[in-house]
Design a protein around this ligand. Structure first.
Ligand code: HEC
Ligand code: HEC
Length: 311
């Protein structure tokens, strides 16, 4: 019996290993108390200097965890210069931010809290606010056993983000042999692999695991390149190089590209085909690719559906 189980596990793993895309696990272990505390923090605008901006202001749960505005707007109406990517499934990215300057979610969370055009707080402000709030005092005591601290705040937010995974997309169910794709969706997946999209968009997040150039074959320079990889490495070869964005839930997360300059998926694909593959995609190819991309929409994270929010 044990051997049969091991053999089936081996077979399943090896079949997946041959697929360039892996399904999102149906269940991820996370600390429910920490994550639930993190959820409170994520939606609390009092963690910003003028009390108006929370993480959720730019990473909306209604629009796939991303910002529907081309560039985000922070405290006092201050405008940023880049499009906020989705926080859903960001746990699976090998680095955080468009140019990968944060190594994990905990390190990432410091960015927006400090950034003067986002939440504009410092660690002392965060601790002072949380410590004068009796609900937070009780919650931190329960979860961490101490008064609220800045490091625990980052830890709880990161744990909440770990819980923001979107399993059971039609495509994942196809990879698990539970459903068939329609003819058009299959054609889209076939094109995605044979045209070469898969060389950059692969793995569990269909992206999020390498840095690549925009304009690899036919160069293109964005008017606004920041924050490219060059900003981190100062290596001229890294100009216009970004962490490849995830394509999960891609139909929910318009506008596209790091500067939010492209409003439709169709135009994003035209640009990708032309600049990164070196040719024009035909209208039929675009239709099929979009049909495939629609199968990448997963379920809303379970932690957002739970009505009991007491940590
Ligand atoms: C004012 C808008 C705004 C607020 C508020 C904000 N973010 Fe973001 N977020 C962004 C933008 C813009 C980026 C992309 C910045 C970059 O890559 O340089 C981003 C990137 C991220 C990423 C990286 C995702 C990836 O794929 O690389 C994560 C995770 C994230 N934010 C989480 C948070 C958390 C947690 C908070 C609250 C503590 C927060 N954000 C608050 C706008 C915002
Ligand atoms: C050489 C690597 C590479 C190839 C090949 C490639 N992409 Fe991309 N893709 C990227 C990078 C890098 C970005 C981000 C560029 C930016 O924001 O400036 C991106 C962005 C995207 C986006 C926008 C995502 C978002 O959230 O803004 C979509 C959609 C996309 N690619 C789909 C495709 C499709 C479909 C193909 C095949 C026709 C393809 N890509 C081929 C590297 C690649």
């Amino acid at each position: 019996m044990k051997r049969i189980i091991l053999l089936s596990i081996y077979l399943i793993v090896s079949v997946w290993a041959n697929e360039p895309i892996q399904p999102i696990p149906q269940h991820i272990d996370y600390d429910v108390s920490k994550a639930t505390l993190g959820k409170y923090l994520f939606i609390d605008p009092n963690l910003s200097s003028d009390g108006t901006v929370a993480c959720v202001s730019c990473h909306s749960f209604e629009t796939g965890g991303a910002d529907p505005r081309p560039v985000s707007i922070g405290v006092k109406g201050r405008k940023g210069s880049v499009n906020a990517p989705t926080v859903y499934n960001s746990y699976f990215n090998f680095r955080q931010f468009w140019n990968g300057r944060a190594k994990d979610l905990k390190e990432q969370a410091e960015g927006p809290l400090h950034n003067p055009v986002e939440m504009d707080m410092n660690p002392e402000d965060v601790e002072a606010y949380l410590r004068q709030n009796s609900t937070y005092r009780t919650l931190f005591k329960k979860v961490y056993g101490t008064e609220p601290t800045y490091q625990q705040t980052l830890d709880a937010i990161a744990e909440f983000e770990k819980a923001l995974y979107t399993p059971n997309a039609k495509f994942d169910r196809y990879l698990r042999h539970e459903v068939e794709l329609s003819e058009e969706e299959s054609q889209g997946y076939y094109l995605f692999k044979t045209l070469g999209c898969i060389t950059c968009h692969n793995g569990i997040n269909i992206g999020g695991n390498s840095y690549q150039k925009f304009g690899l074959i036919i160069p293109y320079t964005w008017e606004n390149c920041f924050p490219d990889r060059f900003a981190v490495t100062q290596n001229p070869q890294d100009k216009n190089v970004y962490k490849v964005p995830t394509l999960r839930n891609i139909t929910l997360t318009a506008p596209y590209f790091h500067n939010g300059s492209v409003l439709t998926l169709k135009e994003a694909l035209q640009k990708m085909g032309y600049h990164n593959l070196g040719f024009d995609l035909s209208p039929d190819e675009i239709t099929a690719l979009i049909a495939f991309m629609k199968t990448l929409t997963g379920e809303q994270p379970k932690i957002l559906q739970e009505s009991d929010t007491t940590p």
